[in-house]
Ligand binder design. Structure first.
Ligand code: ADQ
Length: 501
């Protein structure tokens, strides 16, 4: 049965990207192209059903800010198909500002820094200026969205107990809250502000490397509640607020006082649409023969995901355990990411070279050790790969959560499940204790852990997988959404109020 969670207040979601991107056809007309990740799957139905709004960049630079957003195609079955064009507020900015904000500050500075890789981070005042400009633009468009909402539903909102909820997502928009708060107050537009960070929040030692760290922290504290995946990130954030801004903090209740307000800090681990992956896996066609054991890796091609170390570990496995030659195949699926950034192009070249070397070294007339798909595949196909894999290698060097680990688990059968190998440096590594946890920097250990997984007996596999599946089913993406709304005080009563133990 389809369950729809309702927010007791109207909702405005603000994210760098809209839940779809716009593309121009040859005749110049605009069309929506879907990009349904877990976030969109969970949040879009609530926005659709509660008549909410979504503020974001449409994935292309529009020639004119007032250009009409197309409605979804009739055959669109994605979770945001019901999102009407009047529920969408686009953010548009000139290409140079966008480049400095997105490619520069977001991907060149915050992404590596927040993943504790400061050597890769570029600190540039120009990028920071563009980031501030872009955040102002997002804040202005959020105010426009609030005005629209109050114009359309003024009476209803005036009588409602709850002010509309503005939910800001991720490291792209860490400065938006204070501007939204201030302008909303000036215009007498009541609202509550919530923020969720999808990547890790680093420790104070790392955060302080950013020359304008105080502004970032103050920006996030502009919200009423700030959510992270796991407690470690919450405590890092609280620590930064205390040490950099001198805030009074209450660690046991996870509260930070700032500017005369008390901000709640909460660990809200994201989940996946478990049942959806489970049923996709049940119907996906088989693509691999039973005679081979399959090791699977699925990632965006990103240096944080530990792909190079993983290939080296697999090479080490073949060196130390030649019995796997002709018997085990490693399939790496890598989705192209940030392809116009030099570091990502270099990583792609390094991967091509490394995979070529390993294949050149071990391939036999009937077998190649590594198969490599560089591209995006459908969820149906992905679910089939997950189901058919004996081992999933999820070994990021650092990762906010990592949904692949959870999707793999959802696609296993209880009867003859595979084994999850997981990095403790992913948020999911803090939750999925029954996985085989291994440090991705220790190549020998990873190789031996793969060996252990490939030879694990069925009883142990079942025991581990049953626990993993039970947890992911219960704490799925709907649970995450419900927890967020509950913490914001905007979960409609009848939707239940179960809290993670
Ligand atoms: P990402 O780093 O993008 O997100 P991750 O959690 O690794 O996310 O999930 C990637 C998603 O892309 C998965 O749903 C996976 O199925 C899909 N995917 C990967 N390769 C694919 C391919 N080749 N074809 C099709 N789909 C593919 C950020 C943080 C994470 C956090 C999420 C959610 O960096 O740590 O888990 O947000 O909060």
């Amino acid at each position: 049965m389809k369950e729809t969670i309702m927010s007791s207040s109207a909702m405005i979601v603000v994210s760098n990207r809209l839940p779809f991107i716009l593309r121009e056809a040859e005749d110049g007309t605009l069309h929506r192209k879907q990009c349904a990740g877990g976030l969109v799957t969970a949040v879009a139905p609530v926005v659709v059903e509660s008549g909410g709004l979504w503020v974001g960049w449409p994935g292309m630079h529009l020639k004119d800010s007032n250009v009409a957003i197309p409605e979804s195609d009739p055959e669109d079955l994605s979770p945001c198909a019901g999102l009407k064009s009047k529920q969408v507020v686009t953010v548009n900015m000139d290409k140079n500002t966008f480049d400095g904000y997105y490619n520069g500050c977001c991907n060149g500075t915050f992404w590596p820094l927040f993943h504790s890789m400061p050597d890769r981070a570029i600190f540039k005042a120009d990028y920071w200026e563009d980031y501030k400009k872009a955040n102002l633009e997002f804040a202005d468009m959020t105010i426009r969205a609030l005005e629209l909402m109050y114009k359309e539903r003024g009476n209803e909102l005036a009588q409602a107990d709850e002010a509309p909820l503005v939910w800001i997502h991720d490291y792209h928009l860490m400065l938006a809250a204070n501007t939204i708060r201030q302008k909303a107050e000036e215009k007498n537009l009541r609202c509550k502000l919530g923020f969720f960070l999808h990547i890790p929040c680093p420790s104070w030692d790392i955060m302080r490397l950013f020359p304008w760290d105080d502004e970032i922290l103050q920006g996030m504290l502009g919200c009423d509640m700030v959510g992270f995946h796991i407690e470690d990130y919450c405590f890092n954030f609280i620590d930064c607020c205390q040490r950099r801004l001198g805030c009074r903090v209450d660690r046991s209740n996870m509260l930070v006082e700032h500017g005369g307000r008390t901000v709640r800090v909460r660990a809200l681990p994201i989940g996946i649409p478990f049942d959806r992956f489970k049923s996709l896996a049940a119907s996906a066609p088989r693509t691999f023969s039973d005679s081979q054991q399959l090791i699977l890796g699925v990632d965006r091609l990103d240096y944080t995901k530990g792909l190079v170390n993983r290939i080296r570990a697999f090479e080490r496995l073949l060196e130390k355990h030649p019995e796997y030659i002709n018997k085990v195949t490693f399939l790496q699926v890598a989705v192209p990411s940030r392809t116009d950034v030099k570091e990502y192009q270099e990583l792609k070249e390094e991967m091509d070279m490394l995979i070529g070397q390993v294949n050149g070294r071990f391939t036999t007339p009937m077998w190649s050790p590594i198969r490599y798909i560089y591209g995006c595949i459908s969820h149906e196909q992905l679910a089939g790969f997950y189901r058919d894999a004996s081992v999933a290698l999820v070994t990021p060097l650092r990762d906010g959560m990592n949904l692949v680990a959870k999707e793999f688990v959802a696609c296993q059968t209880e009867e003859d499940p595979g084994v999850l190998i997981l990095s403790p440096f992913a948020g999911s590594g803090a939750q999925m204790m029954e996985a085989l946890l291994v440090n991705p920097y220790e190549i020998d250990d990873v190789a031996e852990t793969i060996h252990r997984a490939l030879t694990m007996d069925k009883d142990e596999r079942r025991l581990r997988m049953t626990c993993l599946r039970r947890r992911e089913k219960q704490y799925d993406v709907t649970f995450w959404l419900r927890s967020f709304l509950k913490e914001m005080g905007t979960l409609r009563r009848e939707d239940g109020d179960q809290v993670r133990p």
